[in-house]
Design a binder for this molecule. Sequence first.
Ligand SMILES: [Zn+2]
Length: 771
Amino acid sequence: MDSDDEDSTTPISYYGMHESRKRLEETGFHPSVTPMAPKEIEKAVIAYLNGQVKREPRKEFYESQRLRLGARNLRKNFNKTRGKGGDKGRDKGRGKGRDKGRIVLTQGPWFNTQNFTNAIVGKDSITHLSGILAVLQHAHAGPLILDEIFKDGHKSVMSLSMTSGRIFGLVGSNIKRWDFTAANYIANPPSSVMVVMVPRYTVGDIREAQEKYPLMIRPEDWHDERRRLEPEDHPDMYKIRSIEVEHVYFRWGNVWRETCQRAAGPYWASEDEVIDPRTDEAAIEWWKGNHRAINVMGSLKPLDKMWSANQLEGNGYKPHMMAYTLAVENLIKLMQELFNARAHIRVLHLHDVPFLDRRVLAIILRGLNLVTMVGIYNCPLIHFGDVIPILDLIHEINIQRRGQNMPEIQDFDFFPHFNKGMPYQHENAATYGLSWSPMPMDIAQRGFYAIILKAVMKSKAMGIGQLFSPTHAFMEYLTKVPNTPLGVYGFLDAIYRYLEVKKDDPTRTNLKLQAIYDLVKPIRLALNDHLADDWPKYYTKVMATTLLCCSSCGYETFEEFFPAGSKNRLPRHRRICGGCHLQRYLDEECDHWKMQKKRLIDKLCPDWKREAFNEDAPLFEDGAGLIRLKSTETERPLPQFPAFVVGGWLRISPYYEPLMRDNKIHFDSLAGLPSLEDVAMDLDTMQRWYSVVILALREDVFRRGIHELRNQYPTDNKKKGIPAYGSTRIDGGAPDHQDELQPKKGYDGKKCFYDQKAALKAAQWMTNRQW
Ligand SMILES: [Zn+2]
């Protein structure tokens, strides 16, 4: 509440869960949130979640995957025998006669898939499309229009493209499309739009190269063939490199199995993690003393001609995973190309790019002076909490551009990485959306909404309307995260209502209180009991009366955004908001080898100042009653106790610690990073990046070593007292693999953040209750 509300004399009117719901039914959501009615949304959410709760058993999942991917290969062969298939227009820029089937294999944005082909059957004949086609093909207007459409984000592009196969082809061939796996363009017309994507391959697709080059048996053969084809930028390059690196990893696996001795037997059986003294010096040096890796390698059974951890072994109907070595190498190539094309790119879309975390993104965006729109879609290392540092980054870039009279970044379309969870039935399998692992509700629910609140206020102040527009990617993400059915909609509705209360409205106190009640409603629904008794005590005496300051980010907001009990449990200068807790939690998630991947990026950025604060993007001023930046101070002064004399007695003044942000708990800093120019041009920086490729190789071998142990020790060996390896690891011995296990929900009695089942239950409960 603002101070000017205190003179409002209107009495506080009755409001509670039922009134809140009734209001919503009568007036609907704010038009900036959604045109849908609450009941419609609930119905849709329940239908969606009903489809999500069931997972197939593991065996059936693999069987249906085999059928699905097998059918894809059959289709591909069918297309080949048909000769010129229906894929004309998408091979442009790749050169003629070169493995035409290649693009057919891949999926992702702008690759035709069967579903797409079915969806657009017959649409080409609709006459009004000819007008759109004519405009898009126009020499001058065409590129400008495409520029604008891409600026509006991926969803707009797709809805245009889906109108017809010809438009799809036209859109795809008139923008720059970069294939991350091949480190090359799929299409490279003169265009200011650049889309980076990662085509998906099956293991069978990669192995096709093995059949194509039957004489290559030894790893050296693959190496030589790669060197031979490299200069001509052959389309088989990625396949050949993928095969070659598997040989290299196996060779290293064999070397380390022999030199990392373990006389005491498999390390998890003996519970002795000390490195065996007979272990070769060179091995310790190569692994940089990483005792876990050394023990993994030393615990392997003797290897024959190849290990099962080679992902090309077994059936080909499974997704192929890009090797880390290649991903890091290709990331550098992408950055070099972006640097080269910096004078042309105005719109940049990044889809699924591996190893692209917020720091790499910052390096890229700071180096592309003309970019005015960026779209980030499902990049595995970019999580929901990154919306804050990315907005701050855009703000920082815009300040600089303003000084140089350059166009600013006006649009930001964002779909953070969405965690679906394990793909098949398992007692731990759950979709949490925000995270892979179960999180405590007290942190996640408060943090989820605290971050949304901050992001709304920042993007509103910066004029980035796209982020929270109902038809763009971020809203799709937010409403996909399992939660209370109307949670995000109601939350945003409450913010917008609050902001629109007029200063001289005589009912402003009630309007604001109602908005605040609805704002904290999804948090309280998840965490508080007795919500039916909110009137009168909570509503009139408690709500909106306590603002706490976060000692990590320096923002001040309602206590509902802080973990329960923060007010009484912690001194006022040591409280930390849910948003900061959640950002840290998401930063520290270690599924899918994320930690090791981020550590590789640490190496790429040796001067990164992890503790630093980013340039705070301003908050929308009218929202100061909801959240404000209280302090940017970080140096806590020494307490001072001035003494004074009263009536002959010496007294000491009480001391109150100042509120400041000297307690930052997450590392969202984007300070001290190399420039894009350095990455592309500076020899030392480039050399450092290439040395990280070698470090990535270590991670590739280590991870395969774990997979191999899981295959070598699939069950308990009671006789020898060796437990199954997978059961000893939280990821089930399958890190960054389809079989990676999710952690169990905690047993500490604390409520866990919504998964799809809990969200369904909440939706049904709330629909019945009319809350
Ligand atoms: Zn905070």
